[in-house]
Design a protein around this ligand. Structure first.
Ligand code: SER
Length: 583
């Protein structure tokens, strides 16, 4: 069974069980600079897990494009991926454990044809925050899993939360028995020896965790996640995801082109290329911060390993084409944006090659210094510095040193590297945490201010003004809109005054759900029309504004305080950008 068939079966199965299929959110979250990437199917659904009404109802299913980069340095082994697709189904206060477990069992055994004896499951053992999950235990027995293959574990294994704060709860996890022998008498699904592979996680989200501890959510939700690549691999009887149709053609091509054999390098190239393409396709570009930095790391690591295999970098466009051919059935957008994706990758490759050239000069200095000091070994710190500052991988430094009759001291390298890694990991955890908690009071106010500014600009500049982008943090808002000329001081003042007038009028902000067609007929503003489903959420602010939007918003404009434009500048051709604050 190919990945696309598994995805289709999944979505159809849940559709037949009353779920509405919703589109994948982009892997680069919109309007939310506090989150690096979409890391789970539940992430775009957080407001709805917390109780907001979803326009598509209480039973949802989708495939979600996900990027998790915490383990970027593990890629190359037989399982880690930075990009993966997560199939998911959600109950937003609808069904709970019994029905969720019955559906999972039916899907695995009937739709995918997995032999029941291949399945083991785990449930939450209970602690001071939440009771033992006997309901799931009974549901699994009823479904057909014998008691001896139902295990209980504590929070470390059977509790799910994204980051430190947010909706969470006990989960039940499904494992596939690969048939390998037990690694010890006590070998069980929580063991990492490779006998049991986790295939699906059903989280029973009825709690919310914050710094004060756990509290109950308004509604009991189910959030499930099934990794597409892993399932495809198991059903195809493969040992690693790199052998399935999404990677195999690139892996083969790399083997054909290489002059040095190294399977880890081939995996890194195939994986990082796919991940980078998905990230670029959803709008990020290489840079030195945040998402752009992660993308840069992925592309540079890929380039480095191409060189390591002795592959001529002029072959990169062909490798990209092969990767797109194996992925376009799942993601037709890669084909549509092929040229753009290629350009970004090749430009970054060229930049990296120039960086390496600069590093070589530094390396030469290191060599002469070492030799002049009468030493034959290059210090760990220097090796690490070459990596950190010039992107020189230690294995490359070692190779170059050898040519100069020198060796390298790597004794402390791992320690330095780990410190560096921990630092960047901490940064990422911070990001994720911030993201889920990011619809705070200020962000909510800025969301509403964005609608008011959009409306005011139409009055001041004309009806040609439409939103082209927006970016909100707790400190400020940024709003991009279509307009051909620099705004005059007078225009800026007028727009600012008008927004403040709307605020003073304390107009109620009404949220409505309606058919997309009706919303359009009513003249609602919408930035990306085809991204929404047939039923849309619309926010109406008196006669001032009507916009398609997921929210959140304040209940009336009087809550915003004083609006002030800080800056007006060009964003791109025909697009202006306003930075503004609420005081
Ligand atoms: N949120 C859970 C996970 O990411 C289930 O979807 O595993």
């Amino acid at each position: 069974m190919k990945a696309i068939e598994i995805r289709n079966k999944y979505l159809n199965f849940f559709k037949n069980h009353g779920h509405v299929v919703i589109p994948s959110a982009p892997v680069v979250p919109e309007n939310d600079p506090s989150v690096l990437f979409t890391t789970a199917g539940m992430q775009p659904l957080v407001p709805y897990l917390l109780g907001q009404k979803h326009p598509a109802g209480t039973r949802l299913t989708d495939f979600q494009k996900c990027v998790r980069t915490n383990d970027i340095d593990e890629v190359g082994d037989n399982r880690h991926l930075t990009y993966f697709e997560m199939l998911g189904n959600w109950s937003l206060g609808d069904y709970f454990k019994d029905e969720s477990i019955a559906m999972s069992y039916e899907f695995l055994t009937k739709e995918l044809g997995i032999a029941p004896e291949k399945l083991s499951v785990t449930c939450f053992a209970g602690d001071e925050d939440c009771e033992r999950d006997n309901v799931s235990f009974e549901a699994w027995k009823r479904a057909g899993i014998p008691e001896e293959r139902i295990y209980f574990f504590g929070k470390d294994d059977n509790w799910w939360i994204a980051g430190e704060e947010g909706p969470c709860g006990p989960d039940t996890e499904m494992f596939y028995d690969t048939g390998k022998p037990k690694c010890s008498e006590n070998c069980n699904p929580s063991c990492s020896c490779g006998k049991y592979v986790e295939i699906w996680n059903n989280v029973f989200m009825e709690f919310y965790k914050d710094k004060n501890g756990y509290s109950k959510l308004e509604q009991k939700n189910v959030d499930t996640g099934l990794g597409l690549e892993r399932m495809t691999m198991l059903l195809q009887g493969k040992e690693t995801p790199f052998e399935i149709e999404l990677f195999a053609p690139v892996m083969d091509k790399l083997k054909e082109l290489q002059s040095v054999d190294n399977i880890e390098s081939r995996r890194i190239i195939a994986e990082h290329l796919r991940s980078s393409m998905m990230i670029i396709n959803d709008g990020a570009r290489p840079s030195n911060v945040d998402r752009g930095y992660v993308l840069r790391r992925l592309l540079r690591r890929m380039t480095r390993h191409l060189s390591k295999l002795g592959i001529d970098l002029s072959k990169l466009p062909d490798i990209i084409d092969i990767s797109i051919s194996s992925l376009e059935e799942l993601y037709p957008e890669l084909n549509t944006n092929r040229e753009q994706i290629k350009n970004v990758i090749i430009e970054e490759k060229d930049k990296f090659m120039r960086t390496l050239q600069n590093g070589e000069k530094e390396f030469e200095k290191v060599v002469s210094k070492t030799k002049n000091a009468g030493k034959t070994v290059i210090d760990t710190n220097i090796v690490f510095n070459l990596y950190e500052t010039y992107g020189f991988p230690p294995e490359m430094t070692e190779e170059l040193a050898k040519e100069q009759g020198l060796s390298v001291d790597l004794s402390d390298y791992q320690k330095l590297f780990k410190e560096h890694q921990d630092k960047s990991r901490m940064g990422m955890d911070q990001k994720f945490k911030g993201g889920l908690a990011s619809s705070g009071e200020m962000e909510t106010k800025y969301h509403t201010a964005t609608h008011l500014l959009n409306a005011a600009l139409k009055v001041v500049l004309g009806e040609h003004v439409h939103q082209k982008g927006s970016n909100i943090t707790a400190e400020r808002m940024r709003f991009d809109f279509s307009h051909g000329a620099k705004m005059t001081d007078e225009e800026k003042k007028k727009a600012e005054d008008l927004v403040n007038e709307y605020i003073k009028m304390d107009i109620p902000v009404e949220k409505m759900e309606m058919a997309k067609e009706d919303a359009i007929n009513m003249g609602a503003e919408a930035m990306f029309l085809d991204k929404y489903g047939d039923v849309v959420t619309v926010y109406k602010i008196g006669d001032v504004s009507l916009e398609l939007c997921g929210g959140p918003h304040v209940t009336s404009t009087g809550k915003l305080g004083h609006f002030k434009i800080k800056k007006e500048e060009a964003s791109s051709a025909g697009v202006r950008r306003i930075k503004a604050i609420l005081e």
